[in-house]
Design a protein around this ligand. Structure first.
Ligand SMILES: NC(=O)c1ccc[n+]([C@@H]2O[C@H](COP(=O)([O-])OP(=O)(O)OC[C@H]3O[C@@H](n4cnc5c(N)ncnc54)[C@H](OP(=O)(O)O)[C@@H]3O)[C@@H](O)[C@H]2O)c1
Length: 343
């Protein structure tokens, strides 16, 4: 029997047209659907938190270039943390907490594929979408497997106050590097240095970014953890160190552009024998559990802070909250806590 915690209505968010520039409320529509019924082998999941990800904008375009896409008429893709309320699958029982890419809706049926049980005694439920979820795992593997910081290494992280960047910079510090965070406000910069232990914070909206980097990293930059691309990446490339690494995690500044642009300063990679490295977190799926254990241990030891930027709302608030990411309004992982759900 199902034990529904909310009003039993299933609201779903659909994209109605390709966005121009930033996606906004006019690009989406909320529709109400009947409560889905799980068949044999399936479960019914009640969403408690919706993950709000910058990367979504990248796949909302009229292009066949991406494996995952959202096209007009599609349910908006997105990660969910929620609770099993009905199970006809032996691997899950009612009351289990799970995460998965179930889309922007209150309820979803799943056959268990891509659904992960999470232990809320280790970390609170929304953290499994953030520091203990894809954002933290991305930071962990990109830093440890590719940037490989240590004592004497200077690492620059842009998008540093965001979900991935805030964890990446802290891991760099834990591993002994000097870490410089680039973000879009003094207030977020203060958070990085005073609460997260970054050595230096640079506000890219103030002053000459290149000059500030040269001052903060007199021995040049050994790794650039790039979340945003665009001018911020371009200016940083001029100061890459010999055999440095440019880790291409994401390019948020380009996702809203009709024509994405690459950095003209790539020529410095040649003279400095540096490399740009592509990266997709799912390549490391078989090591996720071990990484989560390490991340949780660092939190327990007080070395790592995970922060979720929780906004109370409903499925229909998703477009507005999504837009806020592009205005730099989040610190840490942006999530929506659904109004009607039981925590
Ligand atoms: N490769 C992978 O496997 C993988 C996995 C997960 C995520 N990612 C990528 O990682 C990146 C970061 O993701 P996230 O979830 O942590 O997002 P996020 O950083 O939490 O959110 C977006 C942040 O980006 C900054 N931003 C927005 N528009 C910008 C612009 N035009 N120029 C410069 N900065 C801008 C804003 O901060 P400011 O105040 O600093 O501007 C904003 O707070 C994304 O590009 C995402 O696609 C990659």
């Amino acid at each position: 029997m199902s034990t529904l915690a909310n009003d039993g209505r299933n609201r779903q968010l659909f994209m109605t047209r390709f966005p121009q520039g930033e996606a906004g409320p006019g690009d989406f529509e909320v529709r109400e659907a009947p409560m889905p019924e799980p068949k044999d082998g399936e479960v019914l999941v009640e969403a408690h938190y919706l993950s709000v990800d910058a990367a979504l904008r990248l796949i909302m375009r009229d292009s066949k270039d991406f494996l995952f896409r959202v096209q007009p008429g599609d349910l908006v893709r997105g990660g969910v943390a929620g609770k099993i309320v009905e199970s006809r699958n032996p691997n899950f029982k009612p009351g289990d907490f799970v995460t998965g890419g179930l889309g922007v809706q209150n309820y979803a049926v799943s056959d268990g594929t891509g659904l992960s049980k999470v232990d809320t005694s280790i970390a609170p439920l929304p953290q499994w979408l953030g520091g203990m979820g894809v954002s933290g795992l991305t930071a962990y593997f990109a830093v440890t497997e590719e940037c490989k910081p240590g004592p004497g290494h200077t690492m620059v992280v842009n998008g540093a106050a965001g979900a991935v960047g805030s964890i990446a910079g802290q891991i760099g510090r834990i591993l002994g590097a000097k870490v410089i965070g680039i973000t879009g406000s003094d207030e977020k910069g203060k958070w990085l240095t005073e609460e997260l232990g970054f050595d230096v914070a640079i506000n890219y909206k103030k002053g000459d970014l290149y000059e500030q980097l040269v001052k903060a990293a007199p021995d040049r930059i050994n790794s650039i953890f790039d979340n945003v691309g665009g001018d911020i990446l371009n200016e940083s490339l001029r100061w890459i160190a010999l055999r440095g690494v440019v880790l291409l995690c994401g390019s948020t500044s380009q996702y809203t552009q009709e024509k994405m642009e690459g950095p003209s300063n790539y020529i410095w990679l040649g003279t400095m024998r540096a490399r740009m490295q592509g990266f997709v977190v799912y390549d490391y799926a078989d090591k996720f559990a071990a990484a989560q254990a390490q991340l949780a241990q660092w939190v327990k030891e007080g070395k790592l802070v995970m922060r979720e930027n929780v906004v109370d709302g409903d499925v229909g608030d998703f477009p507005d909250v999504f837009q806020r990411l592009y205005h730099g309004e989040n610190r840490g992982k942006m999530v929506i806590r659904l109004q009607a759900a039981s925590a």
